[in-house]
Design a protein around this ligand. Structure first.
Ligand code: SAM
Length: 224
């Protein structure tokens, strides 16, 4: 079920491009989760990229953002959100706020989003974007997300949007029973998108969702 938030319309007349993105890049592939599709139709992606990249905001690609980072391809954002299998009552932790776009997408589906970014400029820009759009269920923090955000744990779902060498044990600890963790793991160039489910008995079930390419996860439990 999708949350019924009232949000400001910041589409600047680009709704048709967003609908085209959802039709040709998500529905035509394997994105079927209705809450994810509705959310991707609700958040104006061009508001999350730099001025000189706005023309390409609804294209099928990742784009460069500030601090040498990237906003992920729309399909990958939708794939990860779908893999988290979110409920409207879920509390979610995201590592790698970046532009804020994926946190915004998650915030239209789940109850509360906590997102951590290591670059303060990105955290600041994301906060401003959330304020403008009235997305008031997202909390942003600057720091090393590989350590998680223990004060707010446990989380029903955790999303890592940068590629690390291993699954940080701190994130496993902060995952609630029946929680889902989605994380790219591999080397600095190529990773596999993994989904880890924690059972009620604290067992971990791991699935490989395919090959992906993310910027590196830098931190205590990531790359140095
Ligand atoms: N979710 C983002 C979006 O929608 O724009 C995608 C962000 S980008 C692919 C990954 C982000 O992870 C970068 O902004 C990078 O600075 C951040 N990052 C890398 N390591 C981190 C860490 N240990 N803690 C927090 N953020 C980290």
């Amino acid at each position: 079920m999708t949350q019924n938030y009232s949000t400001k319309d910041c589409f600047d007349g680009r709704q048709a491009e967003c609908e085209w993105m959802v039709q040709t890049q998500l529905k035509s592939r394997d994105i079927t989760n209705e809450a994810v599709i509705n959310s991707m139709l609700t958040v104006p992606r061009h508001r999350y990229v730099k001025q000189d990249k706005q023309a390409f905001a609804y294209y099928d690609s990742a784009l460069e953002i500030e601090a040498g980072q990237t906003i992920s391809q729309p399909y990958i954002v939708a794939l990860m959100a779908q893999a988290l299998d979110l409920k409207a009552s879920d509390k979610v932790l995201e590592i790698g706020t970046g532009s804020g776009y994926s946190a915004a997408i998650l915030s239209r589906i789940a109850l509360r989003i906590y997102t951590i970014e290591r670059h303060s400029i990105l955290a600041q820009l994301a906060k401003e974007r959330f304020n403008i759009q009235g997305y008031d269920n997202i909390e942003v923090r600057v720091g090393d997300g590989t350590l998680g955000w223990s004060e707010k744990a446990p989380y029903d779902a955790i999303l890592v949007t940068a590629g690390g060498p291993e699954i940080p044990d701190s994130l496993i600890r902060q995952l609630a029973p029946e929680g889902r963790l989605v994380i790219p793991v591999g080397n600095k160039e190529d990773q596999h998108l993994l989904r880890i489910k924690k059972t009620l008995n604290q067992e971990l079930l791991e699935e490989d969702l395919g090959s992906v390419r993310f910027v590196p996860l830098i931190g205590t439990k990531g790359w140095s």
